[in-house]
Design a protein around this ligand. Structure first.
Ligand SMILES: Nc1nc2c(ncn2[C@@H]2O[C@H](COP(=O)(O)OP(=O)(O)O)[C@@H](O)[C@H]2O)c(=O)[nH]1
Ligand SMILES: [Mg+2]
Length: 458
């Protein structure tokens, strides 16, 4: 996916990191590399110019809080996030979703992918087919739904005269009253035509869907913005799904074009299979594009290393998320059994007040356990991951259902997190026994030195 853009950008980042010095000439060189890469990915020229200007300006004029190389990397990263696509929130709640888009863009496949997504998150989805023009359309959707065990409705039980689009949509929504997420597939046309627009306006009026997702084919590049504007004018698009990101080098065009509309990218399709579908989050996406899963953490760490008191304050506020825990556990897996590690710490002196009783099995961070934690975390919302406090009984049940685990396992993860959070707090607060010499690495499990980053880039 966007392999070419990715490899060019990685090459540039590597150059920046290795640069002997950062001056006007080198920055100009980096900017030219970035321009070339973006234009090849079909990003609009005016946007490319805009981002180049800002990178140049910020790289050279901004007050430095980092070393100059890290500063330039940070600027590139932030500016790319600004143009490569705005992402939108996708709530995990009961809702009606209508899918719109031109013919062949991937609406029908995306209906099944979306149903699968919600199913994995522990919600109950159902799908309605409102494409009455092509007999094969209903059959295609039925087969996709059958494969993932999601109920499907196409009005087969309706009397002939009610088998129109509106009849099916209304009956379908009623039929699936008890389902959390109702996904409605609509018919497309080969071009933006009045009767299609009228039809989707009617559907919107009749059932008032909370989400109106527009499906765009990535290979159209910048043209995405024309379609996005037109559909947005008609029904107010709440999120965009960009499909076929796997098959084109122009994905950068589609991703940046939608940022010009009133909406943002919700999901991307990365293949023909129902699981080839991911939530789009611009910062994570750009990090991956630049080849540094931890670039954000790296940059934050670099910033924080200048003001250690801020790091502490962060943890004191309880900013130790489930994602942090996961990273921590991964690191620990390498270090050996957690129990040994715990024994090495003067726990009493730390004032941990460990009221959680952990049995022996919980001390062992095994590959298997990490995998199970990962699927549970995949079934959580962003909010739950950052504020695990909000995970109550009903959320626990939903997470367990979505990840195919037991509520007891979810509870174990939460308990684990609470314990580690406590430990992190006392390690970094400077109180409750103070810092432990030689344990500085504990403070920021994600931190990476520039040297390490370079190694990773090689
Ligand atoms: N490679 C790839 N193919 C896709 C993706 N999404 C859809 N397709 C394919 O595109 C074609 C049209 O998809 P379909 O869902 O029928 O489009 P619709 O006419 O908008 O309903 C099908 O052959 C799909 O398998 C994707 O993300 N990647
Ligand atoms: Mg279709």
């Amino acid at each position: 996916m966007l392999d070419k853009l990715s490899s060019s950008l990685k090459e540039t980042i590597r150059k920046i990191a290795k640069a002997k010095r950062i001056d006007k000439q080198t920055v100009d060189e980096f900017v030219r590399d970035i321009q070339r890469a973006l234009i090849q990915a079909d990003v609009k020229i005016s946007l490319v110019k805009e981002i180049s200007g800002r990178i140049r300006e910020r790289s050279l004029k901004e007050k430095l809080v980092l070393n100059p190389r890290e500063h330039v990397i940070k600027v590139v990263y932030e500016e790319l996030i600004n143009i490569i696509g705005r992402s939108v929130e996708v709530p995990l709640a009961a809702q009606r979703i209508m899918m719109v888009g031109l013919h062949g863009t991937g609406k029908t496949s995306s209906c099944a992918k979306l149903a699968r997504y919600y199913q994995k998150k522990g919600l109950k989805p159902a799908v309605i087919c409102a494409d009455v023009y092509r007999p094969a359309a209903a059959e295609q959707l039925r087969q996709l739904c059958e494969k993932i065990g999601v109920p499907f409705y196409d009005g087969a039980n309706l009397p002939e005269r009610e088998k129109g689009v509106m009849g099916i949509v209304n009956a379908g929504v009623k039929e699936f009253e008890k389902y959390d997420v109702k996904i409605i597939d609509t018919a497309g046309r080969h071009a933006l035509e009045k009767d299609m627009i009228k039809e989707i306006e009617d559907i919107k009026k009749a059932i008032n869907p909370e989400q109106r997702f527009l499906v765009l084919d990535a290979s159209i590049g910048q043209q995405a913005s024309v379609q996005a504007h037109a559909f947005d004018d008609a029904i107010g698009i709440t999120g965009i799904i960009i499909t076929k990101m796997d098959g084109t080098a122009k994905g950068g065009g589609a991703l940046s074009a939608v940022a010009e509309t009133n909406s943002g990218v919700a999901f991307i399709g990365t293949g023909e299979k129902t699981d080839d579908f991911e939530r789009f989050e611009s910062d994570g996406f750009i990090s991956r594009l630049l080849g540094m899963g931890d670039i954000k953490a790296l940059i934050e760490t670099a910033e924080e290393s200048l003001k250690p008191e801020d790091v502490d304050a962060d943890f004191l506020k309880g900013k130790f998320t489930l994602k942090d825990l996961y990273k921590q556990l991964e690191a620990m897996k390498k270090m050996g059994p957690l129990k040994k590690l715990m024994e090495m710490l003067p726990l009493g002196g730390l004032g941990l007040g460990l009221d959680v009783n952990l049995d022996d099995t919980m001390y062992q961070v095994t590959e298997d356990k990490l995998k199970r934690y990962k699927v549970m975390m995949d079934s959580m919302t962003e909010e739950e991951l950052t504020e695990p406090k909000i995970i109550d009984g009903s959320r626990t049940r939903r997470i367990a259902r979505g990840s195919g685990t037991a509520t007891a396992e979810v509870n174990e993860l939460i308990k684990y997190h609470r314990m580690m959070q406590k430990m992190m707090k006392s390690l970094t607060s400077g109180r409750g026994g103070g810092k432990i010499p030689g344990m500085k690495g504990m403070k920021r499990p994600t931190s990476m030195s520039m040297g390490k980053m370079m190694k990773r880039l090689k």
